[in-house]
Design a protein around this ligand. Structure first.
Ligand SMILES: Cc1cc2nc3c(=O)[nH]c(=O)nc-3n(C[C@H](O)[C@H](O)[C@H](O)COP(=O)(O)OP(=O)(O)OC[C@H]3O[C@@H](n4cnc5c(N)ncnc54)[C@H](O)[C@@H]3O)c2cc1C
Length: 341
């Protein structure tokens, strides 16, 4: 039987829509299955690194936001900043990013089915889910991926779970940097996302509350004193998600569904878009083993550098991170440049 479509994408988040757009631009027929309608919001720091912006520009997507010219680390006593040598990144509200990607996908003729994938049928020449049969399924259904579980690709989580929370404040941005404020047990990072809107994402162990986290970072709390919260607190986690493999026959995983380290370095979308490119190349090539290799190579920096930073942040070395970065600004700058590419 001929499949209904070439590619079925589970999940219409940024990586799912980006995969769909790339596949359509390569001439493939694409259906996205996403349960939520309208522009999708999510707990996110909302910093698009220059590499992520370039990936979006390559497919004709240019969401509005505020320029991000670098990163600043602060712990209340010391502070260090690095300004990006090349193009800036951008702080973009998730709803604006979602709307821009949805619009581009619709322009290109990507079909959307409002449903959840809750079962998979593996067929001789493809996969069927949510009532659609396809030659390939790309699971882009986020941190708690159903496709990952159904395809048998899950791995048990490791120790030391971390969670993320975010809230916006109606205040004029005071910086064009992403600021990471290191508290005793949490990091609070600030991204300007609009002329009168700043996002604050908090990362830390289970049970970290948003207000308690702010009380650990008095410099940031003072900046936000009197500013009106513009959105409710929204959470996500556990952040670390592990996978046994990224492919099972004609099922590929991309984005957070394929495994996630942590939000501390703010590059989930850059890495997810790179995976989407590799997934579409694999589909065109018809060789799933290519995807495993490409996935490993395109996520290497994220897994190694972010993994090492999180290991330090959750150990007694934590208190030395900002002093070390301040003492070695060129090393700090080198790491920022590497992750922003
Ligand atoms: C606190 C925090 C801060 C972050 N900060 C940054 C940052 O500054 N910069 C950055 O680049 N990244 C950041 N990230 C990471 C970034 O948010 C993710 O990497 C990114 O959202 C991954 O996109 P995705 O499309 O893979 O998954 P998601 O954005 O989670 O999208 C998944 C989609 O799948 C849908 N879905 C779920 N289940 C099903 C199902 N069964 N069937 C069909 N659809 C389904 C959902 O409705 C959703 O729309 C942060 C993350 C957190 C938690």
């Amino acid at each position: 039987m001929t499949p209904d479509t070439d590619v079925l994408v589970a999940g219409g988040g940024p990586v799912g829509l980006y995969t769909a757009i790339r596949a359509r631009l390569a001439g493939l027929r694409v259906v996205v299955v996403e349960p939520r309608s309208d522009a999708v919001d999510k707990a996110c720091g909302e910093g698009l690194m220059p590499g992520a912006l370039a990936a979006l520009a390559a497919v004709g997507v240019d969401p509005a936001g505020m320029p991000i010219r670098g990163f600043r680390y602060a712990d209340g006593r010391r502070s260090v900043e690095h300004r990006l040598r090349g193009r800036p990144g951008r702080g973009v509200r998730r709803t604006a990013l979602s709307a821009a990607l949805q619009q581009r996908a619709a322009e290109l003729g990507v079909e959307t089915v409002r449903a959840r994938v809750d079962a998979l049928t593996v067929e001789a020449r493809g996969v069927a889910a949510a009532g659609v049969s396809a030659s390939w399924l790309v699971g882009c259904d986020g941190l708690h991926s159903t496709v990952r579980r159904l395809a048998g690709l899950e791995r048990p989580p490791g120790p030391g779970e971390r969670f993320g929370l975010r809230r916006h404040f109606a205040v004029e941005p005071w910086t064009d940097l992403v600021e990471v404020h290191w508290g005793r047990s949490v990091e609070a990072y600030v991204t300007p996302v609009g002329p009168d809107l700043v996002g604050v994402a908090v990362l830390g162990p289970r049970g970290s509350g948003f207000d308690e986290a702010l009380s650990q970072v008095p410099e940031l709390a003072a900046r936000l004193a009197g500013a009106e919260p513009a959105t409710p607190v929204r959470g996500a986690g556990p952040l670390r998600q592990r996978t046994r493999a990224r492919t099972a026959g004609r099922v590929l995983l991309a984005g957070d569904a394929s495994g996630y380290v942590d939000a501390l370095t703010g590059e989930g979308m850059r890495v997810g878009f790179a995976q989407a490119v590799a997934a579409v190349e694999t589909i065109l090539d018809g060789n799933p083993s290519r995807y495993e290799r490409e996935w490993a190579s395109r996520t290497r920096d994220f897994r190694l550098i972010t993994g090492a930073l999180v290991a330090a942040a959750t150990s007694p070395v934590r208190r030395a991170i900002v002093p070390a970065a301040a003492a070695l600004p060129s090393l700090y700058g080198g790491v920022v440049e590497r992750l922003a590419r």
